[in-house]
Design a protein around this ligand. Structure first.
Ligand code: FES
Length: 110
């Protein structure tokens, strides 16, 4: 089992650096849920289908390679609130070894 360390700033501005497993096919959204960094029911509402934007986060680290945005994610972010140039949907980012050191901030609840 191999973990990467990810720093997630929650919606109250509290920073959590947590180990995230790379071998369990989890997304960044699922990590936030697993660690209960936000109240239940406020993230992952669509089940990770890029259809709700409840998992929106801001990518604060610039040197971490992330997967390209697919059309579904792009379309959802076009319609979402509080979108910034560094917005991504956490459900569309699988936890892989490349994410070591990633820093993200969760977007406000909508
Ligand atoms: S969980 Fe719904 S868009 Fe990510």
């Amino acid at each position: 089992m191999s973990d990467v360390n990810i720093t997630i700033i929650d919606r109250d501005g509290v920073s959590h650096t947590i180990p995230a497993p790379t071998d369990m096919a989890m997304s960044l959204m699922e990590i936030v849920r697993a660690y209960e960094l936000v109240p239940e029911g406020t993230i992952g509402i669509c089940g990770g289908m890029a259809m709700c934007a409840s998992c929106q986060c801001y990518i604060l680290s610039e040197d971490i390679p992330l997967p390209e945005m697919l059309p579904d994610e792009e379309m959802m972010l076009d319609e979402a609130y509080n979108v910034k140039p560094n917005s991504r949907l956490g459900c569309q980012i699988p936890v892989t070894e490349e994410l070591e050191g990633l820093i993200v901030e969760l977007a406000p609840e909508v």
